[in-house]
Design a protein around this ligand. Structure first.
Ligand code: 4AD
Length: 430
C-alpha cells in the first residue's frame, strides 16, 4: 500500500513495511549504503538503502538517483533519533520511475537565476510551504464570506472601463477596438448588489506598474467584496473582522507552516479588532513627526507607510483622504466636501497597504459630475452610471491584494515569493 510521508510520522507504523512515492531531495553514498532523503507533498523522510537488502537492479537505481529523480521506495519504518523527524525507512525496494538529469538548482544561486528556473524552484521546501499557506489563507477568506452570506461572482477580465486611473492600464487590441485588462472588478461587483446584496470577486487584476518595488506586481489576485446598505463605518468593521478571522485560523490550524515561512505565530496574537482608525490628515502629521517629509495632499508611499506602521502589532486604518487624490467613485464626506469616505488598511511592521476601500457614490448626478471633473470618457462607463438610475442604494466595498496579505501574514521580504509566477516590469517568463 502506498502511504504518504506525513502518515509515517503521525501513525504508529514502526516495524511495518510501507511504500512511498516521491522525489529525491538529498542523496549520498557511503560504501555499501545509500542515504537518500525523499520528499512528497506531505513531507521529508530519510531512506537508508543497504546493498544486501535490495535487488541488484534496486541497488543500481539507488546509486544512480540524482536529486529530483522520481521513485517508489518500499521499506520498514524504524525509529532513529538521528534521522530528521525521528524515523527513517530501511529500504527493501528502491525503484526509479524517472531518473532526473543533474538538477540545475543547488545552494547560493542569485535571485534572478531562481526566477529563470521558477518552474523548478517551485519544488523547494520554502516555496512549497508558501504555496500551502497561500492555499489555506484563500480558503479561510472564502469560508469567511460564505459564512457572512456573500455570493461569489465571476467578472470579465477584458474591459473598456478603467477603475483606478489611466496610467496603469494594460491596453490591448480587442478585434480592432481598444480594450484593457481589468484593474479591479469593483464596478462589475457593484452590478450585483442590486440582486444578491452582498457579493465578492476573487480574480486577477492587472496594473502596468512602472516601478520595481517589493510590493507591486503587474498581475495580482484581488479579493473584492461589495455590499448593499453598508456605509463607511460598516465597511471598515467588515475588513477588520475578515483579517482577524483569517489570522486566527492560520495561527490555530497551521502554526508550523507559519514558522517554516518565517513568521513566528506569536507575532500575530495581537491582531484583534478593533484596529485603530486614523484620519488622513493626522496620519500625515504622524509621518512628519516620525522623521518623514510629506505635504498634505500627497499620497503615502512605501516609506511613509513603513514609518506609520513599523512599531505596530496589528493593522491600522487610514481614512478620509482628500478627494483630489482618490478615485472618481468614492463618496464625499458629508462633514467635509474636500474629503472622501475611503480607507486604506496598513499592515504592521512596515508591510503597509493591504486593502483599499470606500463608500461609493450612489447618486446619479453626483457621480456624473465627479466623472466629468476627472475627464473620464463617459460612453465607456454608461452601464456603470446607469446603475444609479434604477433603484440606487448606499453601498460600500473594498479590495484586498492577496499577495500583499500573504506577504504580511508570512512575514516575507518580497511580494514575488507569494505568487508562483510573478509578473513585474522586467519579467514575464516562465
Ligand atoms: O487601492 P486599490 O487600487 O483599490 C481598488 O482597486 C479598488 N477598486 C478596490 C475596491 O474597492 N474593490 O487596490 C486594492 C488593493 C491594494 O490595497 C493592494 O493590496 C492591492 O489591491 N494592489 C496591488 N497588489 C499587488 N501589486 C499591485 N500593483 C497592486 N495594486 C494594488
Amino acid at each position: 500500500m502506498i502511504t504518504n510521508i506525513a502518515t509515517i510520522f503521525h501513525s504508529k507504523l514502526e516495524g511495518k513495511e510501507v511504500s512511498i512515492r516521491g522525489w529525491v531531495y538529498r542523496h549520498r553514498t557511503s560504501g555499501n549504503m545509500v542515504f537518500a532523503v525523499i520528499r512528497d507533498p506531505s513531507g521529508l523522510i530519510q531512506v537508508a538503502v543497504k546493498k544486501d537488502k535490495v535487488s541488484d537492479k534496486n541497488w543500481k537505481d539507488a546509486n544512480d538517483a540524482y536529486v529530483e529523480s522520481s521513485l517508489v521506495v518500499k521499506g520498514i519504518v524504524k525509529k532513529d533519533e538521528r534521522a530528521p523527524g525521528g524515523y527513517e525507512l530501511q529500504a527493501t525496494g528502491f525503484e526509479l520511475i524517472s531518473r532526473g538529469e543533474p538538477f540545475p538548482i543547488s545552494k547560493d544561486l542569485s535571485d534572478e537565476f531562481l526566477l529563470d528556473v521558477r518552474h523548478l524552484w517551485m519544488r523547494s521546501q520554502k516555496m512549497t510551504a508558501v504555496m500551502k499557506a497561500r492555499h489555506h489563507i484563500v480558503n479561510y477568506l472564502r469560508e469567511f464570506f460564505d459564512k457572512e452570506e456573500f455570493y461569489e461572482i465571476a467578472p470579465p477580465i477584458i474591459t473598456k472601463s478603467g477603475c483606478e486611473g489611466g496610467s496603469t492600464l494594460f491596453e490591448m487590441d480587442y478585434f480592432g477596438e481598444k480594450a484593457y485588462l481589468t484593474q479591479s472588478s469593483q464596478m462589475y461587483a457593484e452590478v450585483f448588489i442590486f440582486s444578491l446584496g452582498k457579493v465578492f470577486v476573487f480574480a486577477p487584476s492587472f496594473r502596468a506598474e512602472k516601478s520595481r518595488t517589493i510590493r507591486h506586481l503587474a498581475e495580482y489576485w484581488h479579493l473584492e467584496p461589495e455590499m448593499a446598505f453598508y456605509d463607511h463605518k460598516m465597511n471598515m468593521e467588515l475588513q477588520e473582522k475578515m483579517v482577524q478571522k483569517v489570522v486566527e485560523k492560520m495561527m490555530k490550524e497551521h502554526p508550523e507552516l507559519l514558522k517554516i515561512c518565517g513568521r513566528d505565530p506569536i507575532d500575530l496574537e495581537k491582531v484583534k479588532t478593533p484596529f485603530e482608525r486614523v484620519e488622513y490628515k493626522d496620519a500625515v502629521d504622524q509621518v512628519n513627526e516620525l522623521g518623514g517629509k510629506m505635504e498634505y495632499g500627497e499620497d503615502f508611499g512605501a516609506d511613509e507607510e513603513a514609518l506609520l506602521t513599523k512599531e505596530l502589532d496589528k493593522p491600522m486604518f487610514v481614512h478620509k483622504y482628500p478627494k483630489k487624490i482618490k478615485a472618481f467613485y468614492m463618496k464625499e464626506d458629508p462633514q467635509n466636501p474636500e474629503l472622501v469616505l475611503n480607507n486604506d488598511l496598513l499592515a504592521p511592521r512596515g508591510h503597509g497597504e493591504i486593502i483599499g476601500g470606500s463608500e461609493r457614490i450612489w447618486d446619479y448626478e453626483e457621480l456624473l459630475a465627479r466623472m466629468k471633473e476627472q475627464n473620464l470618457n463617459l460612453p465607456d462607463y454608461q452601464w456603470y452610471i446607469d446603475l444609479r438610475k434604477y433603484g440606487s442604494v448606499p453601498h460600500s466595498g473594498y479590495g484586498l491584494g492577496i499577495e500583499r496579505f500573504v506577504k504580511w501574514i508570512l512575514n516575507l521580504d518580497h511580494i514575488r515569493d507569494t505568487i508562483p509566477f510573478p509578473r513585474t516590469i522586467t519579467r514575464c517568463y516562465p
